[in-house]
Design a protein around this ligand. Structure first.
Ligand SMILES: [Zn+2]
Length: 121
């Protein structure tokens, strides 16, 4: 059963779909790109079928080839408290700590306040 819609049948169709989705193509789409895209669609179908958010994130992180290292989905486990958003870490070294600039700002304010409000004991 296919839940991700019908996959692109050719590299040209893949390129068309990317452009339709608003992606900027940095180079021509090759047949090997189609193979990778189909592998990703296959893995993505498993993600779509997963019912648990964290299981979804783990499945995405386990996706093969280039998508395994970059980007990664993270829930800021190493960083911001108080934000439950799972986001795609698009930094090459997987160091992105916040889901958005407002999230980063809120976290900076929190840390700033924590430093200033040293309890008077
Ligand atoms: Zn956040």
């Amino acid at each position: 059963m296919r839940r991700a819609g019908s996959p692109p049948a050719s590299a040209d169709e893949l390129a068309d779909r990317c452009r339709t989705a608003g992606l900027v193509l940095e180079r021509p789409v090759e047949p090997s790109d189609l193979d990778q895209a189909l592998a990703v669609i296959d893995a993505w179908t498993q993600v779509v079928d997963a019912t648990d958010e964290r299981e979804k994130a783990e499945l995405v992180n386990a996706m093969p080839a280039r998508s395994a290292a970059y980007p990664r989905l993270t829930d800021h486990a190493r960083a911001a408290a108080g934000c439950e958003t799972i986001f795609a870490d698009t930094s090459r070294n997987a160091r992105q700590r916040h889901c958005s600039q407002p999230c980063a700002n809120r976290d900076a304010v929190r840390r700033h306040r924590a430093r200033r409000s040293t309890p008077a004991t």
